[in-house]
Ligand binder design. Structure first.
Ligand code: TTP
Ligand code: MG
Length: 378
């Protein structure tokens, strides 16, 4: 194949150069009142009540701050970073709970696994938010369906709600996910991006904090729309060399990539069936030949893999992944094929399949030093 003009990713995916690309489809997922929702999940009697995560103001010197609170508590003016003593003044009937960070980390890990199962181009950016680049799904109608499925999967598997924004860039997708919290799903097509952003206050743009917003207001710029029209020279006084890029964000122009956090530590291949495949034998053969290709790639980068993951997506976009840790790292096709068979067979029985994929992770250099694929590609 002629690869001129194409960028090859470390995981072997080819992307079209930005100047020729059709509009991207970026999804931003952010869990709703994350720590508080996890606590309510474990104590259902708290559902519908104002719940504040932070030190109990009645105990100790009360110097702590609110980490987060339920939406019921937000109605009283409570919010993250507020001193708990102030939160108590605003809402004395709130239930104050100390944080259980381990529980939130574990829950976050499972949520991120669900999201990563949807798309290899996945980037976790905090404990409760991540981006996915799902441009390959083909259009904003299909993307809306995927976003709905993501919400359903997270709710069914974790009993938690999230808000999702879908847009042509990361910044607008994040603004969109915040727009109808909690439980929101806001889709901003490329044609609508500017119109969507225009009336919003400048501090809605990720990265513009209260101080920067105050400086902009002093220049008469309050809305994203007026920021989009502002003079770059004037903006340089606030943003320096980033002025043009910030103005682009206000115009809904943002080509910051979703940096696949997993591709740095793994190699993967997947195949979409068109039409959907109803022959389990064909799906299994596809998985096996994808795994053979990956073994060749492993040899090429002089690495062994320890973990094999099989991913299967069904026609309704629900996606299941199953992983197996091998007894020892290997690049032997027969060992990896055996794992792929064991993992794949239960997933393809009696179901039509839209996409099948294999990922090899926990990569180790052949000289047994622990290395990531990034070291190999230098
Ligand atoms: P956020 O996503 O900012 O907040 P949230 O999920 O609680 O609420 P929202 O529905 O508005 O998204 O942060 C995620 C978690 O990070 C939050 O549940 C608690 C923690 N956090 C802090 O510990 N300190 C902080 O100042 C903030 C903002 C969050
Ligand atoms: Mg959140």
């Amino acid at each position: 194949m002629d690869n001129r003009g194409w960028h090859l990713q470390p995981d072997g995916l080819a992307t079209i150069p930005a100047e020729k690309a059709c509009p991207r489809i970026i999804v931003h997922v952010d869990m709703d009142s994350f720590y508080a929702s996890v606590e309510v999940r474990h104590r259902p009697e708290l559902a519908g009540k104002p719940v504040v995560i932070g030190a109990d103001p009645g105990k100790g010197p009360g110097r702590g701050v609110v980490l987060t609170c339920s939406y019921e508590a937000r109605k009283f003016g409570v919010h993250s970073a507020l001193p708990v003593t102030r939160a108590f003044e605003l809402c004395p009937e709130a239930i104050f709970l100390p944080p259980r960070h381990e529980l939130y980390q574990e829950t976050s890990g499972r949520v991120m696994d669900i999201l990563e199962g949807y798309e290899d181009r996945f980037q976790q950016v905090s404990i409760d938010e991540a981006y996915l680049d799902i441009t390959s799904c083909g259009g904003y109608a299909a993307a809306t369906e995927i976003a709905r499925k993501i919400k359903q999967d997270i709710f069914r598997q974790e009993h938690l709600t999230c808000s999702i924004g879908v847009a042509p860039g990361k910044s607008t997708a994040k603004v969109a996910s915040d727009f109808e919290k909690p439980g929101g799903l806001v889709v901003v097509t490329p044609e609508r991006a500017r119109e969507f952003l225009s009336p919003l206050p400048v501090e809605k743009i990720p990265g513009i904090g209260p101080k920067t917003a105050a400086s902009l207001r002093a220049m008469g710029i309050r809305t994203i729309g007026s920021l989009a029209e502002a003079d770059v020279q004037e903006l340089m006084g606030i943003f320096g060399r980033a002025a043009a890029a910030v103005r682009d964000l206000a115009r809904g122009v943002d080509d910051d990539e979703v940096r696949g956090s997993s591709s740095a530590k793994s190699i993967s291949r997947e195949q979409t069936f068109c039409p959907d495949c109803d022959d389990p034998g064909e799906v299994m053969n596809t998985l096996l030949s994808l795994s053979d290709e990956l073994c060749r790639e492993l040899r090429g980068v002089r690495a062994y893999a320890r973990t094999v993951t099989v991913k299967v997506r069904y026609p309704d976009f629900s996606t299941t992944t199953r992983a197996q840790t091998l007894p020892r790292p290997t690049h032997e096709p027969r060992h990896i094929r055996k794992a792929v068979l064991e993992l794949g067979l239960p997933l393809v029985r009696q179901q039509k399949v839209r996409l099948a994929g294999v990922r090899l992770s926990s990569l180790v250099a052949r000289d047994n030093r622990q290395k990531t694929i990034e070291d190999f590609s230098k």
